[in-house]
Design a protein around this ligand. Structure first.
Ligand code: GLN
Length: 540
């Protein structure tokens, strides 16, 4: 049976529990163990798919078509293990299942309650759909003390009892703040957070203490004493220069050693984290820089485009340059200020997006990139708008638009009403369908045309990429486009859905219907991002 590690957070949110879980997983992998990381989210949405990026940051899509928490992106980027639908649960999902069962009469007259029915569902989630993993790391979203997370905390407490204490470990991530007026690091918030956790029946085995400076030995001992945790299991997590240094820092602080000791597993060898030191070095000591203009709608919140930021930086790692991101709010962009806002950019990118607001600004940016031969990368919405821009300005179809915005005369981009699933079943949609979980989601194959730029970039004919969209490029205009230098170089294997568009007389102009950023890894940058940053570098 796998060993379970439960990761909770205390004091404040945003302490980097996700990164901590992913970094620990990477260390365990380096020791030769097979890991899986799961996220338990206490909010009531069934999934984050319908939440605004401002609420929840990016929606991360898995190969098997789940819309999940962005932490699953960290997990994949740090471990290379492909996440699955069964790796993310929310209170909404738990209650949805329970209420459906109750309506069917499956509880046989019982009163349905948080304990045991909700906690049982959570426990089942924790251990289901596993293979031969040695470790399963479960991160509990939110902060100890939140009302929403109580059933989750109770469920992991029970799990620990049910499965034997030696088979599960509790790691609590807390904050040790520095108070400038007294010139001291303060341990009290950590003490309170652990007190709260213990009042819920959980005694943490390891404390990971976030701080902006070294935590002196005395303070560590004090935390251990007040929190009933062994002194050497109070582990400092000092702010790192790059997220990729975190596994190295954890190794130096002995986190892997403490975890293996707890489970009575042998600490076989000193492990070599060359992989992470090389990546960190490239990030911290680049040889040049490129500036990429990202024209989007949620530019005020970096988490809204988490995987995109990461994938661009991976392209920089590969090309040994720092990728500076210039976020441009599309609503503020028009033909009179565009030169001013974009003329320093070596590449322009329009990411995925929804809705009409800001779309015209994005189209203006695409026109600028196309006409001025600046490398352009359009992702999902950014591809659809590129096709609209070229329909208007190359084919002369002035009313070209997307039916996402309004019923338009020339739907260059229209609602997908039917498509084939990976399992060959047919998916049908109408305008009236629910919004939650009803897009074309997850990994689909695409066939690349010979003699195209993307064929060269991928060095493959068949690719698989993750999708999340409701609209598609209307293939009826393909012929006209092709005779005007606009090449549809990738299609769904049945030849019906345009997946990639590229421009012939342009140094780098590619739009893709899928989200390549979701599969990029720091140690294995995505080919499109490598090539895009290379094209931008050629512009410097
Ligand atoms: N709004 C567009 C659609 O639904 C694009 C979606 C996206 O960029 N992810 O098809």
């Amino acid at each position: 049976m796998a060993q379970f590690i439960f990761v909770t957070g205390g004091v404040v949110s945003s302490l980097g529990k996700g990164l901590a879980s992913a970094s620990l997983a990477s260390l365990l992998q380096h020791h030769g163990y097979k890991v899986r990381i799961r996220k338990l989210d206490p909010y009531l949405n069934v999934d984050p798919g319908t939440m605004s990026p401002y609420q929840h940051g990016e929606v991360y899509v898995t190969d098997d078509g789940a819309e999940t928490d962005l932490d699953l992106g960290h997990y994949e980027r740090f471990t290379g293990v492909t996440s699955k639908k069964s790796d993310n649960i929310t209170s909404g999902k738990v209650y949805q299942k329970i209420i459906a069962k109750e309506r069917k009469g499956e509880y046989l007259g019982a009163t349905v309650q948080v304990i045991p029915h909700v906690t049982n569902e959570i426990k089942e989630f924790v251990s289901k759909d596993l293979g031969d993993e040695d470790f399963v790391i479960c991160e509990i979203g939110g902060t100890i003390g939140d009302i929403e997370s109580l059933p989750f905390i109770e469920a992991i407490r029970q799990f620990h009892n049910d499965n034997g204490h030696e088979n599960s470990l509790f790691m609590h991530v807390t904050l040790v703040p520095y108070i400038a007026s007294s010139g001291e690091l303060k341990t009290k918030p950590t003490q309170h957070s652990v007190k709260e956790l213990r009042s819920l029946g959980i005694q943490p085995n390891i404390l990971l203490c976030r701080a902006d400076r070294e935590i002196p030995e005395d303070e560590r001992r004090k935390i251990g004493l007040f929190c009933n945790v062994k002194g050497d299991c109070v582990i400092p997590a000092i702010n790192a220069n790059s997220i990729y240094e975190v596994p190295i820092n954890f190794l130096n602080e002995g986190l892997d050693k403490r975890v293996l000791e707890y489970f009575r597993l042998e600490y076989k060898k000193e492990i070599d984290l060359k992989m992470w030191s090389q990546v960190s070095k490239r990030i911290l000591e680049p040889e040049g820089s490129v500036e990429i203009g990202i024209v989007g709608k949620y530019t005020g919140l970096a988490d809204a485009y988490k995987s995109l930021n990461e994938a661009l930086s991976h392209g920089g790692i590969y090309n040994n340059v720092k990728v500076k991101l210039n976020w441009i709010e599309s609503e503020e962009l028009n033909s009179s200020n565009i030169e001013n806002k974009l003329n320093n950019c070596h590449g322009i990118l329009v990411p995925g997006g929804f809705g009409e607001r800001g779309a015209e600004g994005k189209i203006t940016a695409i026109k600028y990139a196309r006409e001025n031969k600046i490398p352009y990368f359009g992702i999902c919405f950014g591809m659809q708008l590129a096709v609209i821009e070229m329909a208007r300005n190359i084919l002369g179809i002035k009313e070209a638009n997307s039916s996402e915005f309004a019923d338009c005369k020339e739907s260059i981009v229209g609602l997908m009403t039917e498509w084939s699933n990976i399992d060959n079943t047919t998916e049908k949609r109408t305008k009236e369908s629910d919004l939650g979980g009803t897009m074309r989601l997850g990994a689909y194959d695409a066939k690349l045309k010979n003699n195209s730029k993307v064929r060269e970039i991928y060095d493959a004919e068949l690719i698989s990429e993750r999708h999340r969209h409701r609209y598609e490029v209307n293939n009826n205009y393909a012929k006209d486009f092709e005779s005007n230098g606009v090449h549809f170089s990738g299609y769904s294997p049945d030849g019906l859905l345009p997946e990639i568009v590229e421009l012939k007389n342009h140094p780098w102009f590619i739009g893709v219907q899928f989200h390549p950023e979701l599969k990029s890894k720091p140690f294995d940058p995505h080919p499109l991002f490598k090539s895009f940053i290379e094209a931008a570098k050629n512009k410097t």
